[in-house]
Design a protein around this ligand. Structure first.
Ligand code: GRF
Length: 216
């Protein structure tokens, strides 16, 4: 499939971009039949921008601080994304909360990865909170983005054990490896039209998944 014919992704980042790198690697390895059309960051210093540039992917910075309101920022972001006509918008460590109109505009075609086994630990500091709670397992979830933060229908989760002596950093590292495995997989399922979403659940190949998605 030549690049122009591949379904397009636009990836939004704010920081390190290791999940972006996993997507770039999956595309290059032939495991993700897609083209990353652009990477957009709200943060000009995001190290992930260099990863995109190295892979020859166009990058854009849209700094939220330069907009008077969230709506204006969201609109600028939307215009930039839509210029690439992506089939799916991928949030990969994008640290801005998005407004209702933005989320409605990409309903059913915007995915996020969150470092916990949702519905456990939505929000920030998930690894420290998992340790504090005494959880035996922790992990990551890929989900569709809906209005409620970190609570859209889950496509896939990966669980890891919490080990004695873990710190938030050691646990984060174990979870991150799984993130890099499940995000390309979930996007591939989406692009292959294998996912469908009912009110709260995601079907893979027409089969209902448990509330928390498919664990692999
Ligand atoms: C990941 O832990 C992801 O789950 C969360 O933000 C972090 C982004 O890391 N949404 P990276 O920028 O992809 O390395």
């Amino acid at each position: 499939m030549n690049d122009a014919k591949r379904p397009g992704l636009v990836v939004l980042i704010s920081g390190r971009g290791s999940n972006l790198q996993a997507l770039i690697d999956a595309v290059n390895a032939g495991q993700l039949p897609a083209a990353i059309r652009a990477v957009i960051s709200n943060n000009a210093d995001a190290p992930g921008l260099a990863r995109a540039q190295q892979a020859g992917i166009p990058t854009h910075v849209i700094n939220h601080r330069e907009y008077a309101s969230r709506d204006q920022f969201d609109r600028a972001l939307m215009q930039r994304i839509d210029a690439y006509q992506p089939k799916v918008v991928v949030l990969a460590g994008f640290l801005r909360i998005l407004g209702r109109d933005f989320i409605d505009h990409y309903a059913g075609r915007m995915l996020n990865i969150h470092p916990s086994l949702l519905p456990e630990f939505p929000g920030l500091d998930t690894h420290a909170r998992a340790l504090q709670s005494g959880a035996k397992h922790h992990g990551a979830s890929v989900h569709f983005v809906t209005h409620d933060m970190d609570s859209g229908p889950v496509i896939i989760q990966a669980a890891v054990p919490v080990l004695p002596g873990d710190t938030p950093d050691t646990l984060a590292e174990r979870v991150l490896k799984e993130e890099h495995r499940i995000y390309p997989l979930a996007i591939r399922w989406f692009l292959e039209n294998r996912l469908s979403v009912t009110a709260r659940r995601v079907l893979l190949d027409g089969r209902e998944q448990p509330e928390q998605g498919l664990r692999r």
